[in-house]
Design a protein around this ligand. Structure first.
Ligand SMILES: Nc1ncnc2c1ncn2[C@@H]1O[C@H](COP(=O)(O)OP(=O)(O)OP(=O)(O)O)[C@@H](O)[C@H]1O
Ligand SMILES: [Mg+2]
Length: 270
């Protein structure tokens, strides 16, 4: 169902965790063939999905114009690992490397059902490249002071990319993660977020749940952990994922209706 980016320039909001879990969910529960691209030098996503790594590192997507993908699509999940070399890209010429990345991702999109991209916590070249290559973007947000302030910058970046480079990009949703329902401050922040961006805030949240990092550390998604504490965590995560998938699919079908209508209009004027 296209190319999905988890993005927020704020660190520690759950981009890697949700990239890993969403990809596992698509592969395990929906039988989808998923390609995960780790664009972060911290390589958190790559550590969690290491056993699915293929030989091609994520950095190659910016350098090699025509990689051949058919042989790597053996398993349901394929990881293109992050590496320290990705940092060098921030000094590269965007007009040279971004078109290469975009066409590589488009090639992956033709081979896999989903391409999921985890981005670094910075508004740099790699985040721009990911947004330019994507159909949908998800912003995990934390309901703390600095994160909320950063949301506006993130939205400006997303809609700036949409306007200038990638009109098909859709914001699938902002996901409140590491939510603490007992915190008055966080509840007030959530209200403010909904007030300002009602159409984008997902009507489901993920609380701070220790089962989530425990599962990640053990290499299993939270819904496979045999612990009572994992049950509530899974329920929250799965509700968010169902909503996200629906919103992404709806946006895609609305997009194809618009494209088909535009095509018909064009034909009728010819
Ligand atoms: N809902 C949650 N409950 C508890 N811990 C969580 C939750 N979501 C994420 N975490 C933990 O919070 C930390 C930060 O999450 P993660 O690495 O996914 O964020 P990130 O946005 O990718 O960070 P960075 O910007 O540094 O790449 C990790 O230790 C992760 O295990
Ligand atoms: Mg991360």
């Amino acid at each position: 169902m296209g190319v999905l980016v988890f993005s927020n320039q704020k660190g520690g909001v759950g981009k890697s965790t949700l990239s890993v879990l969403f990809s596992r969910w698509l592969a395990d529960r929906h039988g989808a063939r998923v390609c995960v691209i780790d664009l972060d030098t911290q390589c958190n996503c790559s550590r969690s999905l290491g056993r699915f790594a293929c030989r091609v590192p994520a950095s190659a997507l910016f350098a090699t114009p025509a990689l051949r993908w058919a042989p790597v699509v053996a398993s349901s999940l394929t990881l293109l690992e992050g590496s320290k070399q990705l940092a060098d890209l921030e000094l590269a010429r965007p007009e040279t490397v971004i078109p290469v990345f975009r066409s590589q991702v488009a090639a992956l999109d033709r081979v896999f059902d989903w391409v999921v991209i985890d981005t670094p916590p910075a508004l740099g070249l790699r985040m721009s490249a990911a947004l330019i290559a994507a159909d949908s973007v998800v912003c995990p947000v934390e309901l703390e002071e600095y994160s909320i302030v950063g949301v506006t910058d993130m939205l400006k970046t997303i809609f700036g990319v949409q306007r200038r480079y990638n009109p098909r990009l859709r914001l699938a949703g902002m996901v409140a993660n590491r939510f603490n329902p007992h915190s008055l401050r966080q509840r007030a922040a959530l209200q403010e977020l909904v007030l300002n961006y009602s159409e984008f805030v997902l009507p489901a949240k993920i609380s701070t749940r220790s089962a989530i990092p425990e599962g990640i550390a053990a290499g299993v998604p939270v819904w496979q952990l045999a612990k009572t504490s994992a049950r509530q965590a899974s329920a929250e995560v799965l509700e968010v994922f169902e909503l996200l998938k629906l919103r992404i699919e709806d946006a895609r079908s609305a997009g194809s209706v618009v494209q088909a209508t535009a095509g018909l209009a064009k034909e009728s004027t010819q």
